[in-house]
Design a binder for this molecule. Structure first.
Ligand SMILES: NC(=O)c1ccc[n+]([C@@H]2O[C@H](COP(=O)([O-])OP(=O)(O)OC[C@H]3O[C@@H](n4cnc5c(N)ncnc54)[C@H](OP(=O)(O)O)[C@@H]3O)[C@@H](O)[C@H]2O)c1
Length: 322
């Protein structure tokens, strides 16, 4: 099968630490051709590190002979760059959150369809094997029928200059941490969950939302609560509560590749701690991108996931003002 020539748009920390190494770990699938930055020095530094070409300016990256682009820019810049890449016929893997509005996500999906290219959003945790273990426990009836989901992702304050505190380029807890437990609701329980209530606190100092929560439910009144924030005691978990037991995943969204996560299964009079294997979910995500590009797996399922996720984030924002 064809090797995909990929360019990296922005010398982001996540690209350096996790995503480019994952691409390099799949040499039969990807060739990292070039990395672009607004700064020539930064592009040189990253290009040297990864043995690829340094490009100054994101437009220039799109002039390269590449099939695909990885976009780890702040969310507020995605509308311009993701759409430019899609309209040039490039497959795009964009970091979460992919869009600052449902309308923006719709335009990206339309453009991806128009160009018949793959479009994926960077929720890498979906490719960690620990969640498959949870799904099998649920399917085997370990916790009976599901009655409730609770997911939390909150991190301590970041450096004040971090783009996550800049509302103008899509900063804020909603587009950063909220997306994880929100995505986990549908991933674990199904696509039929709808947002019905939310709260979102905006920090008057930065004008950027800092924390919040939301409630989702399905047609059987099964509820899901998500909580998130950028000035919190660290939490990165979800739990699924059923008629006969409860499962808690302690390090749900960001386990490092060498970390062995634990799943806690509670049943009447019994508590079991299951230690899962370490897993590099970044490699799994890049393999999924390759499979979507090459047609081994459907492009459509990723388009749908992007639309459902962006619609829910939009609803959380809108309902918090209601
Ligand atoms: N999936 C995951 O596990 C995961 C984990 C962490 C982060 N992320 C996502 O990845 C993206 C990047 O996060 P990060 O923590 O790696 O951020 P970061 O290190 O600050 O990288 C963002 C990059 O965007 C470019 N950029 C362009 N205009 C910018 C502006 N006005 N302000 C700041 N940066 C600008 C910069 O590249 P140049 O200077 O080279 O042009 C910068 O290196 C975010 O969307 C985030 O949500 C995903």
């Amino acid at each position: 099968m064809k090797k995909i020539r990929i360019g990296i748009m922005g010398c982001a920390a996540i690209a350096k630490k996790s995503v480019v190494p994952a691409l390099l770990a799949l040499p039969d699938q990807f060739e990292v051709v070039a990395i672009a930055s607004r700064s020539p020095e930064k592009a040189q530094e990253f290009a040297f590190l990864f043995g690829c070409k340094a490009i100054t300016g994101y437009d220039n990256l799109l002039l390269e002979d590449i099939d695909a682009v990885y976009v780890p820019l702040p969310t507020g810049l995605h509308d311009e760059w993701v759409n430019k890449a899609l309209l040039l016929g490039k497959h795009v893997y964009a970091e979460k959150s992919i869009a600052i509005s449902f309308a923006s996500a719709q335009s990206m999906v339309e453009n991806a369809k128009k160009s018949s290219v793959a479009l994926m959003e960077g929720y890498m945790f979906l490719y960690h094997t620990q969640h498959q273990k949870v799904k099998s426990l649920v399917a085997e009836g370990a916790i009976g029928e599901i009655r409730n989901f609770r997911g939390a992702f909150g991190v301590p304050p970041l450096a004040v200059e971090n783009f996550r505190y800049d509302d103008k380029i899509g900063g804020g807890a909603l587009f950063d941490v909220a997306g994880y437990p929100l995505r986990a609701v549908r991933f674990m329980l199904g696509d039929h969950f709808k947002v019905t209530a939310s709260n979102l606190y905006t920090d008057p100092k930065t004008g950027t939302n800092l924390y919040g929560s939301a409630f989702l439910k399905d047609e059987n009144e099964i509820g899901a609560q998500i909580v998130f924030g950028l000035d919190h005691f660290y939490q990165c978990n979800y739990e699924i509560w059923g008629t006969k037991g409860k499962i808690k995943v302690e390090r749900a969204y960001t386990p490092a590749p060498d970390f062995k996560p634990t799943i806690i299964l509670e049943q009447q009079g019994k508590l079991e701690i299951i230690t899962e294997m370490a897993c590099n979910h970044f490699i799994g995500a890049m393999q999924a991108f390759y499979d979507s590009i090459t047609g081994v797996k459907s492009k459509e399922e990723h388009y749908t996931a992007i639309l459902l996720q962006s619609e829910s984030l939009q609803q959380i924002k809108d309902l918090s003002k209601a």
